[in-house]
Unconditional design. Structure first.
Length: 279
């Protein structure tokens, strides 16, 4: 932009409140990220010219995006350039692409609504069972290798779930013959808020792997701060129902797209614990 003077990143807005400045920074970084995605590999000077910002301010935002693993310096031929170090040119990473979209949960939810409308609620339950079957197949051997003790099996399952990114832990509840399996992260939390069939299928899979009837006390999808499953560890292993024997899910309301997630009900002491998962 010949003849124009780049606008400073903060400039006349330097006296904004911290919250307003933070919001402005986030908006600017998103614009930079979008431009890197569409025009990359692109340099800080190119971005400054396109956005009419000071190059120093753009470099500051690029550094923040690099630290967040949303952009990276492009590794490739330097091209034809005069003396001196070639300009750093940026591209968007996988993390950056995910930050730009943020629509995976929305698409999955729409797909399940379509499935429910086209094939009925039973089809959603069957999909949920199919989804957890892969998890069960991967972890059943690890759980079985822990032996017959239910507490040992629950801890083995927690370790396997933690390796999958569920931030899971298992701990005995003091004064009871109960172990609590806690999951601090759920990759389908937003979808499960509207389709609890996903949580119910997972709970039945836990029962089958552990060999006892378990009870889900709270879920992230229903507003809890952690998914908590109560596991009776005092007796021997039993034979939990198979997926095909699980009762049908109650009929779905006509439209749950705008329904509020159910409020988690408090569980009777001393079974329920308010502790989250161990880091």
């Amino acid at each position: 932009m010949a003849g124009s003077t780049p606008v400073a990143d903060r400039g006349a807005d330097a006296d904004r409140s911290p919250d307003a400045a933070s919001e402005h920074d986030a908006s600017t970084r998103r614009r930079i990220l979008q431009l890197v995605a569409s025009d990359g590999p692109v340099s800080a000077a190119d971005l400054a010219s396109a956005l009419d910002l000071a190059a120093a301010g753009v470099r500051r935002h690029l550094q923040a995006l690099e630290l967040a693993d949303q952009v990276a310096v492009h590794v490739g031929p330097a091209g034809t350039r005069g003396r001196g170090r070639p300009a750093r040119r940026y591209v968007v990473t996988g993390q950056g692409q995910a930050a730009l979209t943020q629509r995976y949960a929305e698409i999955a939810t729409d797909a399940l609504h379509f499935l429910a409308d086209a094939a009925g609620p039973r089809a959603v339950q069957q999909f949920a069972e199919h989804r957890v079957a892969e998890l069960e197949a991967r972890h059943a051997g690890v759980v079985d290798a822990a032996g017959e003790d239910v507490t040992a099996r629950a801890r083995a399952l927690a370790r396997a779930l933690a390796d999958d990114g569920y931030a899971a832990s298992a701990r005995p509840v003091p004064g009871t013959a109960v172990v609590q399996l806690c999951q601090g992260h759920c990759p389908v939390q937003d979808v499960a808020a509207q389709f609890p069939e996903l949580c119910e299928a997972e709970t039945r899979a836990f029962s089958r792997m552990l060999g006892v009837h378990v009870q889900r006390l709270s879920t992230l999808g229903s507003g809890g701060h952690v998914c908590t499953t109560s596991i009776p560890a005092g007796g021997g292993r039993s034979s939990p129902p198979d997926a095909d024997e699980a009762p049908d899910h109650p009929a779905r309301p006509p439209d749950r797209r705008h329904a509020r997630p159910p409020t988690p009900q408090p569980s009777p002491a001393p079974v329920h614990s308010t502790e989250g998962p161990t880091p």
